[in-house]
Design a protein around this ligand. Structure first.
Ligand SMILES: Nc1ncnc2c1ncn2[C@@H]1O[C@H](COP(=O)(O)OP(=O)(O)OP(=O)(O)O)[C@@H](O)[C@H]1O
Ligand SMILES: [Mg+2]
Length: 572
């Protein structure tokens, strides 16, 4: 009931559409009643065969009635369904917006494909429920009500039989609906799993092919797909069962009415035309009632899907603005880690890390793979919050400033080059939405990307496809660097930013980055130590702790891990 109300609350902004449609459905219901009612006088006229004048007007009247009913029905359908669609569009937007607010931790816990299916398939199923509630229920209720009116008017004794039958049919319908809801939720979960395989397949297609895993993945897909069918089959079974069960129960009602009514006609207590009118109303009334009961199944399915949607909307973002968060403004770039500890799961990834970085300084992070370098810098952008200790930017604890203003101060070139299915120019523009073409070009020049971009068929307007698949690794990296350059933020984070470049372009890009680093605070992560010898401070991270810290010369002289790593790379 709670979720049901919640779904309906999304319809509120579209109340006038629904109101208009409800009025139209009132008319449709009224006309249904009128048709059943008219059976009696019409039959009377036919049997008495006297009033030819009124009788010849009848066909015209029937057509007119159906035209009016058609117009009302269209109005009802159109406005109800658009209202449902609009409200569900709002749900989908809210879901997307909320996803954006959730922290990185959430995304590592949920496979991308299943998240996608919540936004698409679950919301669609939810919409079917809203659509049929608002479009069908009003109309069918009014139709049923007016027909029941006729039934009572004609013969209240017979009407009582109908009244006994209706609640009896509702009982199995409700049982079936409950089952359908549970199955729907399960089925949507399977749909999510299917989506997840799809997403992985298409984004990892190169590896799948290279390792000859097509067969295996196809089997996996087919297995999951069969699982989906197995669930849907149950839902279909219950759905298909509900009408026969209801009709079976209804048949008792109809039989009783015909028996009792037929007896009355034979005994002359009721006229034949009255009886026909009654039967017409009764047969007509079961159609909307069956539809209402079937709607119940659709609604239950939609409730099942809505649980999956609301689960995400109700997920509280781990990383959010504090109530008293302030706008940090343009910072100088003083960064301090105060005994920061962090872990993703059980094992500490960072243990009691303290360091300071001043404006204009370059801090290099080196150390073995898995040592915690990427983790350390991702705390600056608040992708995660430290478990203990704090991080300060210009003296502000970053948990006390707004995320937006904090992230506005940081430009990141990530270890993974993330590009979007858009033009090159727009991909660079992610660094500064609304930047002029000249600015984009300037940034690309500084990142040594301009030349290769110009050689592409449509230059800056070339679409680079999903995840930039049409570019080489080094080219992608340079676009990401251009994006960071364009952002012009006081804090710069370069996580293996030049690792995919050849020595020559690396030196050029390095030169560009060196220009960029002036007056900024830069964190550089590099495995190739030759690129960081000029750093003001080198921090060697090993097993989550700071193993060594100092300048290149000092660390070499220390003869610790750094000098060992350095020695190995130089011998190469
Ligand atoms: N999202 C995550 N959830 C759980 N554990 C994680 C996550 N990201 C990283 N880790 C773990 O944290 C540790 C540090 O990872 P991190 O990415 O910081 O290493 P790194 O120093 O950047 O390594 P590399 O040089 O290979 O990039 C690793 O043991 C890794 O398995
Ligand atoms: Mg890393």
């Amino acid at each position: 009931m709670k979720n049901f109300k919640r779904i309906l609350s999304y319809c509120r902004p579209y109340w006038w559409r629904i109101a208009l449609a409800a009025v139209a459905s009132l008319a449709v219901g009224g006309i249904d009643g009128a048709i059943a009612y008219l059976v009696e006088p019409v039959l009377k006229k036919i049997f008495s065969g006297k009033d030819m004048m009124i009788f010849s007007l009848l066909p015209l009247g029937i057509i007119l009635l159906f035209v009016v009913k058609g117009v009302c029905r269209f109005t009802n359908d159109y406005f109800m369904r658009t209202a449902a669609q609009l409200s569900v569009q709002d749900v989908r937007n809210e879901l997307y917006r909320h996803n954006m607010r959730l922290g990185l931790g959430f995304f590592t816990r949920h496979p991308t494909g299943t998240l996608m299916s919540r936004v698409t398939s679950d919301v669609t199923m939810m919409q079917e429920g809203v659509g049929s509630i608002v479009s069908g229920i009003f109309r069918d209720t009014f139709s049923a009500a007016s027909l029941l009116g006729v039934i009572f008017y004609r013969n209240w004794e017979l009407a009582l039989i109908t009244f006994v039958v209706i609640p009896v049919t509702a009982w199995p319908a409700q049982k079936i609906g409950k089952k359908i809801k549970a199955i729907a939720k399960l089925g949507q979960g399977k749909m999510g799993a299917l989506n997840s395989i799809l997403q992985e397949t298409f984004s990892g297609i190169k590896v799948l092919k290279a390792f000859g895993l097509e067969e295996r993945e196809t089997e996996k897909f087919q297995r999951t797909n069969a699982g989906l069918y197995a669930t849907l089959r149950k839902s279909i079974k219950y759905d298909a069962l509900s009408t026969p069960i209801m009709e079976f129960i209804i048949s008792f009602g109809v039989a009783a009415v015909i028996w009792v009514g037929g007896t009355s006609v034979m005994q002359g207590r009721m006229s034949a035309s009255e009886f026909f009118s009654f039967i017409a109303a009764m047969i007509l009334v079961f159609t909307p009632i069956k539809r209402i009961l079937n709607t119940y199944n659709v609604v239950q399915r939609s409730l099942g899907a809505s649980e999956r949607v609301f689960e995400i909307i109700d997920e509280i973002p781990e990383i959010a603005d504090a109530p008293d968060a302030v706008d940090i403004g343009r910072v100088k770039g003083e960064i301090e880690f105060r005994s920061v500890s962090f872990r993703y799961d059980d094992d500490y990834v960072l243990r009691d890390v303290s360091l300071q970085a001043h404006r204009g300084e370059v801090i290099a992070l080196v150390g073995p793979s898995g040592g915690g370098k990427t983790t350390l810098v991702s705390l600056i952008t608040r992708f995660y919050d430290p478990l203990e200790g704090s991080i300060l930017v210009d003296g502000h604890d970053i948990r006390k400033v707004t995320l937006k203003s904090l992230l506005g101060q940081v430009a990141l070139v990530d270890q993974e080059t993330i590009l979007f299915n858009d033009t090159i120019a727009n991909n660079i523009r992610y660094g500064k939405p609304g930047a002029a073409d000249a600015e984009v070009e300037k940034a690309a020049l500084a990142a040594y990307a301009h030349d290769f971009i110009e050689e592409l068929p449509e230059g800056y307007q070339t679409n680079i496809g999903d995840r930039g698949l049409r570019l080489s690794g080094g080219q992608r990296q340079r676009i990401c660097i251009a994006r960071a350059i364009l952002k012009d933020a006081p804090i710069l984070i370069l996580d293996e930013a030049t690792s995919a470049l050849d020595t020559e372009s690396e030196q050029m890009v390095q030169a560009a980055l060196n220009n960029l680093m002036a007056n900024r605070t830069t964190f550089v992560i590099a495995h190739r130590l030759s690129t960081i010898t000029h750093a003001d401070r080198i921090i060697v991270l090993e097993k989550g702790g700071v193993a060594e810290m100092g300048g290149h010369e000092t660390l070499l002289a220390n003869g610790g891990l750094y000098s060992r790593l350095h020695g190995m790379q130089f011998r190469e």
